[in-house]
Design a protein around this ligand. Sequence first.
Ligand SMILES: NC(=O)c1ccc[n+]([C@@H]2O[C@H](COP(=O)([O-])OP(=O)(O)OC[C@H]3O[C@@H](n4cnc5c(N)ncnc54)[C@H](O)[C@@H]3O)[C@@H](O)[C@H]2O)c1
Length: 391
Amino acid sequence: MTSDPVRLGVIGLGRAFMLTLPALEADKRIRLVAACAPREESRAAFAKKFGGTTYTDMADLCGDPDVEVVYVATPHQIHADHVIAAAQSGKHVLVDKPLAISMDDGEAMIAACRNNRVHLIVGPSHSFDAPVQQARALIESGDLGKIRMIHATNFTDFLYRPRRPEELHTKVGGGVIFSQAIHQVDIVRLLAGGLATQVTATTGAWDPERPTEGAYSALLNFENGAFASLTYSGYAHFDSDEWMGWVGELGHDKDPEQYGMARKALDTALSPKAEAALKQTRTFGTAPNLEKPGHCEHFGPAIISCEHGDIRLTPDGLWIYGNRERRFIPALKLDNPRSTVIDALVEAVRSDKLPVQTGEWGLASLEVCHAILASAKSGKAIKLEKQVAVT
Ligand SMILES: NC(=O)c1ccc[n+]([C@@H]2O[C@H](COP(=O)([O-])OP(=O)(O)OC[C@H]3O[C@@H](n4cnc5c(N)ncnc54)[C@H](O)[C@@H]3O)[C@@H](O)[C@H]2O)c1
């Protein structure tokens, strides 16, 4: 086994790459050696910063012998093409969430990785957040007895952040189900053991100018008897980061006086093209690097009820409310929140030790997302068939 840095090639230098970049840059176990992007500006910025090779065609990046692992950070609808090409070139893959849009694509990606004997990890996702991982370890330890119920909620302005046109159309992966529910589902599945049995849900698509689901409420049942209620609004005026000590999703302190910024900025984008251009100002090569966060990333308030106590997730750790006392467990990894993803990647590539968030895991979470949509449409509970346990 070598301890050389893992040589990473990135496809897609957009917002997702921007968000993961601070963790990649801060970690000596990773070397950024190549990137593929359609825009000259972002390719030039990458070459200037990292000195690696840049490509316009992802097949060329996949064929680059210097690349060991491909990080697929392109829009959902092309994850499948990119992951399959990487696998067929014998590269391990980190694909940003969600695994794919369709279950068929997800199955094909898993098969391609299996057939080519490469690892597939789906992330970053908030199930990698250190407090979530620590809560999982605590539940697994049995100290608080059986897990009974989870309540997870998040109120954001997600639907009013600048979007590419397809991000506002469900059929091509738009809306909060594929982009946001996938995080919440990943978190509650991890905490409850993974094996969801059925979903009952209602969704809201309340803005005809942004014709996709922006809100949902879902009830998940698990094989071990636990159940989870998930609520999300991407139309919110109230910001649930207020309940997280004014710490934003990425772990930065948030100024409550910056109220309504997303909607105000959107007022300046008068066409879908102008809105996509506004989104581009938040991507690599255009936006300044993100500042180092002072807290862990999070996905909104969550309370986990166990037999002998409750756990509350915060961006700085876990509050444990026991029978007669309460205590706080500080979060690990406050200095570099996404390093948990890098830990998983390096362990997979160097030691063949896989995290929970494999392709099969990502497919199971995707199945729940489809079930949320199907239940909202039919008004019925949807049974699940592709679930995998936390191992
Ligand atoms: N984990 C997270 O916190 C997080 C946050 C945001 C986005 N994401 C995920 O990342 C993915 C991308 O979303 P985004 O918001 O970064 O979108 P984006 O539009 O900001 O970035 C996508 C990038 O892919 C590039 N691209 C498009 N087609 C390409 C191709 N054929 N070859 C190479 N590059 C190509 C685009 O030029 C763009 O720079 C989505 O699947 C999304 O769910 C994850």
